[in-house]
Design a protein around this ligand. Structure first.
Ligand code: NAD
Ligand code: TYD
Length: 378
């Protein structure tokens, strides 16, 4: 039996990864270690919580002693590390928490894994430390188009298929790190520590950098679930700046499938970008969300466009993210399974059908946090 420790498994992406591993690998023991911060919610895993190959441990990755003891007690063979503070706006208000969890927490996990694995006769044989990171570490791209062409333009950057792009440059695995927000700076730092543990101690590490995820169970402080919920309740939609920023969106289950593939087949010490060549300007995406929510609620499509409220821009707001994931397609054969239209329809439907989940996570402290932030922004 293989024992896999998944950190941050009660969060958005982590819960999809835990579900996939628990369902797909009945012979593995899957341990979900999560501190259950505001973003962690065990209700995300209700459907698999009683499975015999699943265990939950409430712990903080920064608590080295607990993590080290857990590695020993459970004989952990592999780690899929997702636990992190993940919201850029929070990192602007409270950068220290991001340095603590994302940098020191990752270091604590690396050190615990190193000391435990180095104490075994087989040392690093059959072991793996897989660190989940973000494309935001690469910084921001320009909205540059071929001469005489208005963005978005069609380009053939993905295995022969054409897709819309807002610029001629994409993030590659070799793109120089250039983070701008405290969130991306903390993730960049953690990526460097992971690679340093390979180079210094020979730990079998892998790092992946993925684009923006969307889908069920995302905490409604992030654009897509926040706006779906607000449209439903006819609350203002705070669009930062002019809504001109571009993000590259991937359905969360496609990310989880990529993680499974790379965990099992990826090359040690390598880096893979994960993305679906799916760039959207925020304002265009928001219009799609409004039309979809209106239609599914039986309202007139576009009826709620007047909820769009332009507010002060996010400080240091990265203009464009766009991932080139052809290496992952070429080497491991991964492709996104969903078209964006299907993914968005599925996602909007899920949030509309799970109002109880939204109500639970938006109650209490989070609601106050959001209100404060929104009022601050005028
Ligand atoms: P999330 O905020 O939804 O979940 C984070 C989880 O980590 C929560 O369950 C939380 O309780 C847990 N956690 C936080 N601090 C902890 C600590 N000190 N100890 C133990 N657990 C702790 O985040 P997410 O969106 O699911 O992102 C997961 C990972 O994927 C992060 O590392 C993030 O940087 C990365 N990522 C996210 C995206 C995205 O679009 N959401 C894209 C690329 C990469
Ligand atoms: P977000 O979901 O926070 O992800 P990230 O900042 O990691 O890309 O934001 C996605 C985009 O939407 C980003 O350009 C900021 C913008 N945005 C708004 O315009 N209003 C909002 O209330 C939020 C949360 C985000």
């Amino acid at each position: 039996m293989k024992t896999i420790l998944i950190t941050g498994g009660a969060g958005f992406i982590g819960s999809h990864v835990v579900r996939l591993f628990v369902n797909k690998y009945p012979d593995y023991r899957i341990i979900n270690l999560d501190a259950l911060t505001y973003a962690g919610n065990l209700a995300n895993l209700k459907d698999i919580e009683d499975r015999p190959n699943y265990e939950f441990v409430k712990a903080d990755i920064c608590d080295f002693d607990t993590v080290y003891r857990l590695m020993q007690d459970k004989n952990v063979d592999g780690i899929v590390h997702l636990a992190a503070e993940s919201h850029v706006d929070r990192s602007i208000k409270d950068p220290f928490t991001f340095a603590r969890t994302n940098v020191l927490g990752t270091l604590s996990l690396l050190q615990a894994a190193r000391l435990y694995w180095e104490s075994l006769p087989e040392r690093y044989e059959g072991k793996r430390f897989y660190h989940i990171s973000t494309d935001e570490v690469y910084g921001a791209l320009e909205l540059t188009c071929p001469e005489g062409v208005e963005p978005p333009f069609r380009t053939a950057a993905s295995s022969g298929e054409h897709h819309l792009a807002y610029g001629t440059e994409f993030f590659l695995e070799t793109t120089k790190y250039n983070p701008h927000s405290p969130y991306s700076a903390s993730k960049a730092s953690s990526d460097h520590f992971v690679r340093a543990f390979h180079d210094t101690y020979g730990m079998p590490t892998i790092v992946t950098n993925c684009s923006n995820n969307y889908g069920p169970y995302q905490f409604p402080e992030k654009l897509i679930p926040l706006f779906i919920n607000n449209i439903r309740h006819r609350k203002a939609l705070p669009v930062y700046g002019k809504g001109e920023n571009v993000r590259d969106w991937l359905y969360v289950e496609d990310h989880a499938r990529a993680i499974d593939l790379i965990f099992h087949k990826g090359t040690i010490a390598d880096t893979y970008n994960i993305g679906g060549f799916n760039e959207w300007k925020n304002i265009d995406l928001i219009r799609v969300l409004i039309n979809t929510v209106d239609r599914l609620l039986g309202r007139k499509e576009g009826e709620d466009l007047n909820l769009i409220t332009f507010v002060t821009d996010r400080a240091g707001h990265d203009l464009r993210y766009a991932i080139d994931s052809r290496k992952l397609q070429r080497e491991l054969g991964w492709e996104p399974s969903l078209q964006f239209e299907e993914g968005i329809e599925k996602t909007v439907r899920w949030y509309l059908e799970h109002q109880d989940w939204l109500d639970q996570v938006t109650s209490g402290d989070y609601q106050h946090y959001y209100e404060r932030m929104y009022i601050d922004r005028g």
